[in-house]
Design a protein around this ligand. Structure first.
Ligand code: TYD
Ligand code: MG
Length: 451
């Protein structure tokens, strides 16, 4: 028998090597090289099946893409107004976060409003999908489900049934016969996703592909998948937390960094259309070590509570724990506070937490976090009631302006806050508000106003 040739392929980036390596020289990931059968001829390159012909750029029609309404406002928003016909969207997220539930709901809505929809599951049997469906409200007659992992068979079902929309749950279970490695390996994922792309683009069928993530939150399988598809969504949050956040990582048909907020309920995922109200919940305002901050998520202002706890420790290396806050941002703010306000943290454990499972990005929350830290370390409540803070903290202790501050101020006013601390340079441009706006230009000044 002829010995089959094998090569080692990095499961993160697709780098190939004839021998095993502990660390991938291309993406520097450890332990990511997996032995796979060497791809046979013809298996590597599949083109899109188009006749190619250069055109003058001015002859190409642009115009709006036709979009499918998913019947879920939050999902539509994240996609930039619905699913573009013929587009391929990847949705990734930890197991149990609700990917299958969200897609089954969307698939049923689309089937109701348009024509046939096919839900392909490689993970669950048809009965299992039905059981999930029974928990949701009524499902459309036009929604077809199939439990299948062979992509060629799936393609023939698509050709026969001509659906408008297809869900693939998940890409890691699909395989093509001529690719000899196991489902979920780089070669299979690359081949199957290229094939799906070809089916989608040539028949104008929209696809939603589910992809698993590893414990570290990386997309299991190759990064190449993200490059192939049109849109990448990521479903985030802890299974145990109330709220789940759907984020756009990449979008060829809309803006990124839009978010949709959901809550897992008894009958599927429920949309949260007023996230500020949901995140703030039944907040008790005068609390030590806690403050509300305003952030922008895409074009949406959201108010969340941030909490800090500073407690003395005898440990040689004090603890720094941040949930929802970037740990390096926390360290930076601690360093500024030590140096500029002379508050010692070297003998203290420090914990910071964003309530509700939201992950802060950017610098909107700096000032709030600094105030919460000071409040906890001095065991003092803030003297202004109903207070909100927003602003970036610079290394010299100055408060730097943030973008879209006016929208956060309006949101705070809408949510019934009385006082808002914002950077002075932002204040100059905002007027005519009922809320009391306090402009600050340094940390010291903020302390004097708040404590
Ligand atoms: P699931 O959509 O299967 O997650 P994923 O596909 O991302 O792995 O479901 C996630 C969890 O949600 C599951 O543990 C059961 C729970 N769930 C509800 O609480 N309510 C519901 O109506 C449904 C359908 C699921
Ligand atoms: Mg699932």
């Amino acid at each position: 028998m002829v010995k089959k040739k094998t090569i080692f392929i990095c499961q993160q980036c697709g780098y190939q090597s004839p021998k095993w390596l502990g660390k991938c020289p291309s993406c520097n990931n450890w332990n990511s090289m997996i032995e796979e059968l060497k791809p046979t001829k013809g298996a590597c390159f599949s083109n899109l099946g188009f006749e190619s012909m250069p055109k003058s750029i001015n002859d190409i029609k642009s115009g709006e893409h036709e979009r499918l309404d998913t019947g879920i406002m939050e999902l539509n928003r994240v996609l930039g107004g619905g699913i573009v016909r013929g587009s391929i969207t990847l949705i990734s997220g930890a197991p149990g976060i609700g990917k299958s539930t969200l897609l089954l709901q969307a698939a049923s809505n689309i089937a109701d409003k348009y024509e046939k929809v096919l839900y392909v599951s490689g993970e669950e049997s048809e009965e299992q999908i039905k059981m999930r469906g029974d928990r949701l409200n009524s499902l459309s007659n036009n929604l077809y489900v199939i439990s299948e992992t062979n992509l060629d068979k799936i393609e023939s079902h698509i050709e026969k049934n001509k659906p408008t929309f297809v869900v693939i749950d998940s890409i890691q279970t699909l395989f093509k016969e001529y690719v000899s490695s196991a489902p979920g390996s780089v070669s299979q994922v690359r081949e199957t996703s290229n094939h799906i792309m070809r089916i989608g683009k040539s028949n104008s069928i929209s696809f939603f592909i589910v992809a698993h993530v590893t414990k570290q939150g990386e997309l299991a399988g190759p990064r190449v998948l993200e490059h192939i598809v049109d849109t990448v969504l990521s479903f985030e949050g802890e299974r145990t937390e109330e709220f789940r956040i759907l984020r756009t990582v990449k979008n060829r048909f809309g803006t990124t960094s839009e978010i949709g907020v959901f809550e897992m309920a008894e009958h599927g995922l429920r949309q949260i259309s007023n996230p500020s109200a949901a995140f703030l919940g039944e907040r008790d305002f005068q609390k030590e070590g806690s403050i509300v901050i305003g952030i922008m998520e895409g074009r949406r202002p959201i108010l969340v509570e941030i909490q800090a706890l500073v407690s003395e420790t005898r440990a040689v290396i004090p603890r720094r724990t941040a949930v929802g806050v970037d740990i390096s941002r926390l360290n930076l703010i601690l360093a500024v506070l030590e140096k500029k306000i002379k508050i010692p943290f070297y003998n203290c454990d420090v914990y910071a937490n964003v309530v509700g499972g939201l992950k802060l990005e950017g610098t909107f929350g700096d000032l709030g976090l600094a105030l919460a830290l000071i409040s906890s370390s001095k065991s003092k409540e803030m003297s202004l009631d109903n207070l909100l803070a927003v602003g970036e903290v610079g290394l010299t202790g100055e408060i730097r302006p943030v973008s879209f501050c006016d929208r956060i101020v309006s949101e705070a006013e809408k949510m019934g806050f009385k006082n808002i601390l914002i950077p002075s340079r932002n204040k100059e441009k905002i007027n005519n508000k009922k809320i009391n706006i306090i402009g600050v230009s340094s940390l010291k000044e903020s302390l004097n106003k708040v404590f």
